[in-house]
Design a protein around this ligand. Sequence first.
Ligand code: PXP
Length: 256
Amino acid sequence: MPSPAFAGPLRLGVNIDHVATIRNARGGDYPDPLRAALMAEGAGADGITAHLREDRRHIRDGDIETLAAQLTVPLNFEMAATPEMQAIALRHRPHAVCIVPERREERTTEGGLDVAGDEARLADYIAPLREAGCRVSLFIGHEPRQIYSAARIGAAVVELHTGHYCDLHAEGRLAERDAELAALADGARHAHALGLEVHAGHGLSFDTVRPVAAFPEVVELNIGHFLISEAIFIGLPAAIARMRREMIDARKPGAP
Ligand code: PXP
């Protein structure tokens, strides 16, 4: 498949996990992640992402039920490749299922999925999800062997992990940041050439989103923690609107 000659539209998926983090800090029922998701929809989000972690530290089973029932934009259900999560996904049949690695002691999803090291099990694991009509996305790093494996087992989508790029930016390690960005760009080209739909996300902010949004092969960004943080100061609709503007501007011909 040839590389796209020009960058088409870029979708924004808004991850509402950290609305649930704040709710759970006090154990009550506010702020409500569903309310945030509906507000994000109204502000132009193209999809809503929610990660039901095994330890239920933010999103809970009931959140997935209300999101699946009430959203009008696609739900991207993030989950670890466990039998429990597969059963939940098959019950709700969300538009997309994004498989992520999960370690209990981590603060967030720290690395990509090792598809190459677990190819046979993951192929069996995603088969019923594909048959149920879910678009299966694998959250991976940019290493070619992970991208090949994702294509080989029949994933529809890969989401490239931008967390390391964002960390390097925050630490001011700019040469390393640029090398990571170049590797992500190669990964996006490679995945697209293998027929995979390419998404990206993790750690993106107004400061870091543009170079990733400029990759012509990328059709969706999933952004959460920064948008929910920024919403404290400027409100969620304004945070989403500004992020959207950054994404659009980044794809204009000749954008810096
Ligand atoms: N994409 C995936 C697969 C993720 O696991 C996460 C974090 O839950 C995100 C995107 C969003 O990351 P952040 O909250 O840092 O924007």
